[in-house]
Ligand binder design. Sequence first.
Ligand code: MTE
Length: 287
Amino acid sequence: IYQKRRSFIKSMGYGLGSLSLSSVPLINAKANNLNEPNSYEDITTYNNFYEFGTGKSDPHRRAKNFTTRPWSVKIEGEVEKSLELPIEEVLDIKSEERILKLRCVEGWSMVIPWLGFSLSELLNKVKIKPTAKFVEFETVYNPEEMVGQRYPVLNWPYIEGLRLDEAMHPLTTVVTGLYGKSLPNQNGAPLRIFIPWKYGFKSIKSIVKITFTKEKPIGLWEKLAPKEYGFWANVNPKVSHPRWSQETEQQLGIDGRIPTVKYNGYEEQVSYLYKGLEKTLQDKLFR
Ligand code: MTE
């Protein structure tokens, strides 16, 4: 897998200058179900972005004119001094290529050559109080441009959350682009986060606010259906969704289903985060 990935990276005609292999985590990862990246076409035309509709092709058709400038991100809550960062300053943080796998809770997956940097780099721009235990993220509310938000399909705005140490893990990525280009609107422009070992719904798009909290945030999906979508949402083939099994997945562009791997293949890097919690995480109510 290592050799194959190296030759893939070599054969790519872009981004080589900024590629820092030491920090591309997959090189050492046990992501044994990692195939070659999906096409730009697949990644940008088959999306979940309910703000633009519930169909997979709605986002790329309806997000074309979504306004992503001016844009800023507020960082507040349990911090010494809150901050509002213009998107230009966020994008000034150096992005690198990170080829990571997305596993949607619905049972499909893609391998995506993201551009981004560790979320910790952004969070460390503020002085975090010791009382901060979790981090909550919020998507923009803009029903004029996001047609899906005109209907109470979900309880807008989209909210997600992580435990502080999960948010600080180097694999938790602020995504700024993909395939060497800036991030397409349908994939969460101008910035989204990506947590490769969790089901895709945790990887919230088009973020305008980050809040450090004392209490565990309740994500929009968890609020809607707590028995189906939990806070942790770590990929685990042994814990089925109440309405379907999570043992296999359909990777777009590949014939047949492939086995789903615990923590989506990133067990070696992240399992220490859940020491002592394993039993709880096996319990369906705490998925
Ligand atoms: N973020 C927002 N704001 N709205 C959404 O509907 N869908 C989530 C996640 N982030 C979603 C979101 C789900 S279910 C998945 S699988 C991924 O985005 C899909 O990311 P992609 O379209 O870039 O593949």
